[in-house]
Design a protein around this ligand. Structure first.
Ligand SMILES: [Zn+2]
Length: 221
């Protein structure tokens, strides 16, 4: 490069345009909007178990769509009977159908049903978990396993994951501000093409951090 060369007026204008454009259009976009939701106790159900509980070929009815595209709360509920014959009625089913039936409880739900030890698991990781008796309008299913406390997790798209610099299965932290401020240490990253940035916790965790009143959230590594 020649020393002492003064850039031409048009070169200077080009540089200025690049800088201004980068500021306006953002080579570094701001953080994605963060949603945090509490999931009340619920059941995901397989085709086979839905047939037994509600009758062959039964289809779930959408009550309301959930934040993650394609997921919904169904109108249908079941009765859950725990190990010491204590029960929870009106356990909500969430759609769509899954390959295995899974019941997600908060710790207080598990205690009130008489479970001694319901493990914290990621969705779908059910080996060695306790079972339950499930009663529907047309029949009963005896689950050998499938009862869990859902591990806190953050759904996100691939671009949201790259914003945070995380990959599938990483752990992040969630700080919830407010009068009952809490920082959760183990938020599992779950990346999906169709996912939207959304942290899911159970009702015990939501009560502990005062989620309903909380206004500030921060998700970080
Ligand atoms: Zn979730």
């Amino acid at each position: 490069m020649a020393t002492g060369t003064v850039p031409s007026r048009s070169q200077v204008e080009g540089i200025v345009r690049q800088v201004v454009s980068a500021r306006l259009h953002g080579t570094r976009p701001g953080p994605p909007a963060l949603a945090v939701h509490a999931s009340a106790r619920h059941m995901h159900v397989s085709r086979e178990d839905l047939d037994r509980l509600f009758g062959p070929g039964y289809e779930l009815t959408v009550d309301r769509p959930l934040h993650q595209p394609g997921n919904f709360a169904a109108k249908e509920t079941v009765t859950l009977i725990g190990p010491r014959s204590r029960l929870i009625s009106n356990l909500r089913i969430l759609g769509p159908l899954r390959s295995r039936t899974q019941i997600e409880l908060a710790f207080t739900d598990a205690v009130s049903l008489g479970y001694d030890d319901v493990p914290i698991r990621l969705s779908g990781n059910l080996d060695g978990t306790p079972g339950a008796l499930v009663m529907g309008p047309k029949g009963v299913v005896e689950l050998q396993e499938g009862v869990i406390r859902a591990a806190m997790h953050a759904h996100m798209s691939p671009s949201e994951a790259s914003h945070y610099g995380v990959k599938q299965g990483d752990l992040m932290r969630l700080r919830v501000g407010g009068d009952a401020a809490v920082t959760f240490e183990r938020v599992h990253v779950r990346i999906g093409e169709e996912s939207r940035l959304d942290v899911h916790m159970d009702t015990d965790e939501a009560n502990a951090c005062g989620l309903a009143q909380a206004r500030e959230f921060a998700l970080f590594k």
